[in-house]
Ligand binder design. Structure first.
Ligand code: PLP
Length: 397
């Protein structure tokens, strides 16, 4: 047997991928599965973006680009990310990566050493703590509750910071809860971070998907916190480009340069054709972004309304991203045939088995009382899935 490294042995399998894979296999076998498990828009990439990629191919734009991305893309994205946040980023403050995921990994790698602590609020997106573990650092999980909209308080943050703390990972709008920090709430956290001189990796991949409120980036709250913030994002969710694999990290020059050195020895520059597509996405017509946001909002409202009408289901209002995160724990301890619903894993698994609706158990995000439902799927499917969930709940005795 070949011995695996400690680093990879620490990494857990992605529970979100596991249930999605099972749902896909059932679908392939001809079963009528409704997938509310997806973490990606169901829209096609807008045509002008696809056309730019075709043109790049026709023009033979198929060679290596610089390791931190095409200069034009770095410049255009730095300008756009800065403008959206009311701050300025120079092109050398932004690197282009193979998706938001690589950007996050690069920054964790650039800032934390083995044994260092990285603060991760729960519920967290699955990869946040795993990336920290992958490099031998320690995720320090901060619990939140649905009555506080799944947000950490400045006091909680202050108490969690030690002299081993290298980073806070913040994700607003959040996957899986959909919660969005307000400017005041971020200001409270920023004050603590500035006082303690602790950097923050702000995962803003859902920045364009906010409903009924404003998006605020912690980087925009003054020079001191700007200097401690690395923003991470991608074209993935905003432009329906998950498969193109283009993201960015923006922050202090020395951090981006360090992450760039890592990337130059791992993947090198991202896919050249996809970078051209991303450039077209960022600099071209933005109207599709709003069209998609409005459609997500419509589906969000339908899904919440339906969930809230179900007995014993508590569904906090998600203000961003494209997920609902209802509390289903009132059903724990009940039975479905001869099986006991003893947590979110059993709930999701039995729901998939009996009513063919795929969801993600909250346990994957560090919160066993809830399950995650994605509304990045058509309205008719959402309605049908809600009927099935209602039927499933009725079965539980
Ligand atoms: N951050 C969060 C919170 C996400 O939900 C995702 C994707 O699901 C990502 C980052 C990664 O996005 P990308 O597909 O660009 O790697």
């Amino acid at each position: 047997m070949i011995k695996l490294s400690q680093n990879t042995q620490r990494i857990g399998e992605s529970a979100t991928m596991a249930i999605s894979a099972r749902a896909k296999a059932m679908k392939k076998a001809g079963q009528d599965v409704i997938a509310l498990a997806a973490g990606e828009p169901d829209f096609d990439t807008p045509a002008h973006i696809v056309a730019a990629a075709k043109q790049a191919l026709d023009q033979g734009f198929t060679r290596y680009t610089p390791a931190s991305g095409m200069p034009e893309l770095r410049a255009a994205w730095a300008e756009q990310v800065g403008r959206r946040r009311g701050v300025a980023y120079q092109p050398n403050q932004l690197m282009v990566t193979a998706g938001g995921k690589q950007s996050l990994f690069n920054i964790v790698y650039a800032l934390a050493d083995p044994g260092d602590e990285v603060i991760v609020p729960a519920p967290y997106w699955v990869s946040h703590p795993e990336q920290v573990r992958a490099i031998g650092a320690v995720p320090v999980i901060l619990e939140t509750s649905s009555d506080r909209d799944f947000k950490i308080s400045p006091q909680q943050l202050r108490e969690a910071i030690t002299d081993r703390t290298r980073l806070l990972i913040l994700n607003s709008p959040s996957n899986p809860t959909g919660s969005v920090y307000t400017q005041d709430e971020l200001k409270g956290l920023a004050d603590v971070l500035v006082e303690k001189q602790a950097p923050v990796l702000s995962d803003e991949v859902y920045d364009e998907l906010v409903y009924g409120g404003e998006f605020t980036s912690i980087a925009s709250l003054g020079k001191e916190i700007y200097d401690l913030t690395i923003v991470s994002g991608a074209v993935s969710k905003t432009y329906a480009m998950t498969g193109w694999r283009i993201g960015y990290a923006a922050g202090p020059v020395e951090v981006i340069a360090a992450a760039g050195r890592l990337q130059s020895h791992s993947t090198s520059g991202p896919n050249s054709v996809a970078q051209k597509a991303a450039l077209a996405a960022i600099t071209g017509d933005q109207s599709m972004v709003e069209v998609m946001r409005q459609e997500f909002d419509r589906r969000r409202q339908t899904m919440i309304q339906r969930l809230r009408a179900m007995p014993d289901i508590i569904c906090p209002e998600p203000h961003g991203a494209f997920y609902a995160f209802p509390r289903v724990s009132a059903y724990y301890g009940r039975r479905c045939g001869d099986q006991v619903v003893d947590g979110s894993m059993a709930f999701s698994s039995l729901l998939l088995e009996h009513e063919k609706v795929a969801t993600i158990p909250g346990l994957a995000f560090g919160d066993d009382a809830h399950v995650r439902l994605s509304y990045a799927t058509g309205m008719a499917q959402i309605e049908e899935a809600m009927d099935r969930i209602e039927r499933f709940l009725n079965r539980l005795v």
